[in-house]
Ligand binder design. Structure first.
Ligand SMILES: Nc1ncnc2c1ncn2[C@@H]1O[C@H](COP(=O)(O)OP(=O)(O)OP(=O)(O)O)[C@@H](O)[C@H]1O
Ligand SMILES: [Mg+2]
Length: 340
């Protein structure tokens, strides 16, 4: 399959999405796709690129998965020697999308101080690598995605208004699956057929199992449905997928579980610092830079520290064993996490 028929569903919403994809593929302007997790934002962005027939690559950036202090160099690139680790010239991700499409996922997570810089690159259609003296002309088509309410982010001053207006020239909100239930049977059919084809089987879904699925609210949207079918296909022993093969993870249970594991990690690492006298640098900063810890877990550790010191930053620096030369960077982290 290629093109728009990769987008399964016959609801009015799917029709609207297809119209948007066509319109956006002809246009050079920025596009913004918003919607809950798993609704198909990535898929839509890829289809826009595919239909646009732009010669270059489809490059994805997700700033929430890049450590804060590396985002700028990853995005804009650098010249050899512009900082300690810059051993050679390197093009940034924006430049890699020259003549293609840059898909900027989770745009709301782009740090505030880099937002004007991105805006300038979009407007001037040229980019200057860190430490470079000259700019390079680029021809990039930008597509942004977010699962946050960007308008609210602007109101609360976490996102710049000028960038917001610039990126939403073409904008699409993708509604959750529970608001287009009529697409569910066709999606089930599609995912099941794919499993059957890949595994050389002829399994089908029983009426009761189908009705269980049709009643579910799918907090994880289409990705969740896809996984449910994949799992059911594996679990089911005969040729019919029955109710017992359909395992639904309730939204509440899932988020409580996620929060619990994050809390546990934060607590464990916090204790390691306080009880064993290990430094913040070793226990938190380095694993964070190696992407072994996420921002929420770091935030959890700092919150535990502030609770311990009754909100005193001075004491926090002491109990976290933070050296004087590291004060500034640490305070920066507090500011980013809005803990100061
Ligand atoms: N209409 C659709 N037809 C077929 N497959 C779909 C459809 N919408 C989404 N999918 C599939 O569902 C899965 C999740 O979609 P996708 O990754 O695009 O979601 P997303 O909105 O980018 O999620 P996140 O916010 O978590 O990044 C993918 O495997 C995608 O191919
Ligand atoms: Mg995505």
């Amino acid at each position: 399959m290629s093109g728009l028929n990769e987008l399964i569903g016959k609801s009015k919403i799917i029709e609207e999405i297809k119209k948007f994809i066509k319109k956006a593929s002809y246009s050079p302007h920025c596009a913004l796709i918003s919607g809950e997790t798993g609704v198909g934002k990535d898929l839509i962005a890829k289809l826009i690129h595919k239909l646009s027939k732009r010669a270059g690559e489809f490059v994805t950036v997700d700033s929430s998965s890049i450590p804060e202090n590396l985002i700028e160099s990853e995005l804009f690139g650098y010249r050899k020697g512009s900082f300690t680790d810059a051993k050679e010239d390197k093009a940034g991700l924006i430049e890699c999308a020259d003549r293609g499409t840059l898909f900027f996922d989770e745009i709301a997570d782009l740090p505030l101080h880099l937002q004007p810089k991105l805006l300038r690159v979009i407007e001037e259609k040229e980019i200057r690598r860190l430490g470079d003296t000259c700019s390079r002309k680029i021809d990039v088509r930008y597509i942004f995605a977010t699962n946050k309410d960007l308008k609210k982010e602007v109101k609360e001053r976490r996102f710049r208004k000028d960038l917001f207006f610039r990126i939403k020239v073409l904008s699409l909100h993708v509604p959750p699956l529970r608001e287009r239930r009529e697409d569910i049977p066709e999606l089930i059919e599609y995912f099941l057929e794919r499993e059957n084809r890949e595994n050389n089987t002829i399994k089908r879904v029983s009426k009761e199992a189908l009705s269980k699925l049709l009643k579910y609210h799918f907090p994880g949207n289409i990705r969740e449905l896809e996984n449910i079918i994949r799992r059911a296909h594996i679990i089911c022993e005969g040729e019919v997928i029955r109710v017992k093969d359909i395992e639904l993870e309730e939204e509440l249970e899932e988020s409580v579980f996620k929060k619990k594991t994050e809390d546990n990690i934060s607590e464990r690492l916090f204790k390691e610092m306080i009880e064993r006298g290990k430094s913040y640098r070793k226990v938190v900063h380095e694993p964070f830079m190696a992407r072994e810890l996420n921002r929420r877990e770091v935030k959890g550790i700092i919150e535990l520290g502030l609770k311990e010191t009754n909100g005193s930053y001075k004491k926090l620096l002491e109990i976290f064993n933070i050296r004087e030369e590291e004060y500034k960077r640490f305070l920066n982290i507090l500011r980013i996490h809005k803990l100061q």
